[in-house]
Ligand binder design. Structure first.
Ligand code: AMP
Length: 580
């Protein structure tokens, strides 16, 4: 049975309109877009977003109303039920954590019932609920909102900043996404754009965008590493830049490794010191915990500039006798580095793997580009220096590079351009076999566009159609991978079982969008193949005759992997908050 809060929201879960777009709550229904006018570049980040555009041929980062170069990717409902976006919304994070949506980028385009969503649900203060199609949505007060709408509200803020700057309507954008984003996640970004009144002209991978900001029109001939450690995720990408050709040689990352994980470890440490000093265990509520998280983040950022930082939280909680207790700890950079060392070592392990994928030695990488707020931590630079024997490029602004690259690329949307981007497939795409085994079709790190063909037969006499379920991921079993949809192949000629053969081709275009084609062997005629069906996990398991044991084993493999990544902090928090 669903918990009451979830049941209530699920009853009014966001559905889709006749165009397949999520129905909106705060935004007006989308209107047709003209497809003309200026194109802006948007870095739609997990923690912060940044908007840039070309001004006299040079990329320019726009300032928010409050005067900042980036805006928090946060929306919130205040006590008067007024919707707030960006800076004003972030201010609500400590006061109204349950009514403040952050980190939507991690959830968008994911099934509600997926390992990632389950994991995130435990860590976030707001409710995550299923929409009518079984994908993750969020609950704000009594309303269920699609994640596309949450992202659209942030995109709309970016659009309005550009309109205020240009003094004209803006309806087109180049939007960046993490290199590892799957197909449905990219599709969700396009939908968010439409809801915000923006046609997404091109989806650009973040590391490629950062490399564009660094190397476009500079006549370079270099191999570069883009090390991107942001608020929620980490990725490392090696690109070859040859004049204006940007080719990804290898990419890898961790969707559960970002600033928030560092903050959590610091919270752990601060609360242990509090216990040591005050002789009592922290039993504060969610708001008290948010205050500690906030202080931990400030200490972490402060220690990038200086060697010590005093954390003082007055009246953090009341003790048994009703006496208020403060948290007061002086944290040194050395202590912080010791706390953060295991997480940073994990980023270095990923970098080593990417070097292997790219078939390069560390010494063959010419330049290092740092992206993401967390890369400001001095220990990041130290670790990279000891691996590569050289320092990172100082000319690249870690917060703005991705948006600047998108703005530069926006200049080539309407004209034939000399810029060539060659990306790679972030995760293997393959098909489900009877029993649930995953057959790999296009391997991860294949250069895009990519295509592979394979043959399938009918298994019944006069079979009118065949179905093929497509997944993306690296596990040998489909249950631990992401379901992209089921292709239905129709219009087959009649014949005894096994006699009708179909050549199926999976094609990924340069923006990683999946297309499927099917050709019947004997007539060589193309037959209809549409990737429109989505089955529930139960339906799929029944159709493919997947045993419960193999699903359990795959889920355990994945669950153990995610748990290991999350660290021990959340079990501590749940204990502190008295939750199971
Ligand atoms: P991003 O997603 O790129 O905006 O990165 C946000 C993350 O960077 C958050 O976890 C911030 O706490 C962290 N961050 C921002 N500035 C600094 C800094 N100077 N030192 C360490 N971490 C920082």
């Amino acid at each position: 049975m669903l918990a009451p809060a979830v049941a209530k929201a699920a009853a009014q879960a966001p559905g889709l309109d006749e165009h397949g777009l999520p129905k909106t709550v705060f935004l007006p229904p989308p209107v047709p877009l003209s497809g003309t006018g200026p194109v802006i570049g948007i870095d739609l980040g997990t923690t912060n977003s940044c908007v840039a555009l070309l001004s006299n041929g040079r990329p320019l980062v726009l300032r928010s109303r409050e005067g900042y170069n980036t805006i928090p990717s946060v929306i919130s409902l205040n006590a008067q039920n007024k919707l707030l976006v960006s800076h004003r919304a972030k201010n609500q994070l400590v006061l109204r954590p349950q009514h403040t949506i952050y980190g939507a980028k991690r959830l968008v385009g994911r099934p509600y019932d997926s390992a990632v969503v389950n994991q995130v649900r435990e860590r976030f203060h707001y409710d995550i609920v299923p929409d009518s199609a079984g994908r993750a949505a969020v609950r704000l007060a009594d309303t269920a909102l699609s994640l596309e709408e949450v992202q659209a509200l942030i995109l709309r803020e970016c659009k309005e900043m550009a309109e205020a700057h240009l003094n004209q309507k803006v309806e087109r954008a180049v939007v960046t996404v993490p290199a590892y984003y799957s197909e449905p996640q990219r599709e969700a970004v396009r939908k968010s754009g439409i809801l915000a009144g923006l046609k997404v002209e091109r989806i650009l991978n973040e590391p490629t965008s950062a490399a564009l900001a660094y190397g476009l029109n500079r006549e370079l001939n270099k191999k570069v590493l883009v090390y991107d450690l942001g608020g929620g995720t980490f990725d490392a990408t090696i690109l070859k830049i040859e004049k204006n050709v940007f080719e990804v040689l290898g990419t890898g990352g961790d969707v559960f490794l970002g600033g928030i994980d560092f903050d959590n470890l610091i919270v752990d440490y601060l609360l242990a010191r509090f216990q040591e000093k005050e002789g009592i265990t922290f039993t504060g509520d969610g708001i008290a915990l948010s205050r500690v998280s906030d202080a931990a983040e400030r200490a972490k950022m402060g220690l990038s500039e200086r060697s010590t930082f005093e954390v003082h939280i007055p009246m953090l909680m009341m003790d048994d006798s009703g006496r208020p207790r403060d948290l007061r700890v002086v944290l040194s950079r050395q202590e912080l580095e010791k706390i953060c060392e295991p997480l940073l070592s994990r980023t270095i392990d990923v970098v080593r793997d990417v070097l292997l994928d790219a078939k390069l030695k560390a010494a063959e990488v010419d330049d290092i580009i740092l992206v993401g707020g967390m890369s400001r931590m001095p220990l990041v630079r130290d670790k990279l220096k000891s691996l590569f024997g050289k320092g990172a490029q100082a000319s690249v602004n870690a917060d703005e590079a991705v948006a600047l690259g998108a703005a530069l690329y926006s200049g080539s949307v309407d004209k034939v351009s000399s810029v060539v981007l060659i990306d790679v497939l972030p995760m293997t795409v393959g098909v489900a076999m009877p029993g649930g085994a995953f057959k790999r079709v296009i391997e991860r790190n294949s250069p895009l566009p990519a295509q592979r063909s394979f043959a399938i037969n009918t298994t019944k006499d006069n079979e009118a159609f065949l179905e093929l379920s497509i997944f993306q991921g690296e596990d040998s079993h489909i249950s631990a991978n992401e379901y992209l949809g089921t292709v239905r192949i129709e219009g087959l000629p009649k014949g005894p079982k096994g006699s009708v053969r179909v050549a199926v081709t999976l094609k990924l275009d340069s923006e990683c969008v999946l297309h499927v084609e099917a050709r019947e062997y004997s007539t060589r005629k193309e037959v209809k193949a549409t990737l429109a069906t989505r089955y529930s996990p139960e339906e799929l398991q029944k159709q493919l005759q997947v045993s419960k044991e193999s699903v359990k084993a795959a889920e355990e493999r994945r669950g153990a992997d995610l748990k290991e990544r999350a660290g021990g902090f959340w079990s501590f928090v749940k204990k502190a908050l008295g939750r199971k």
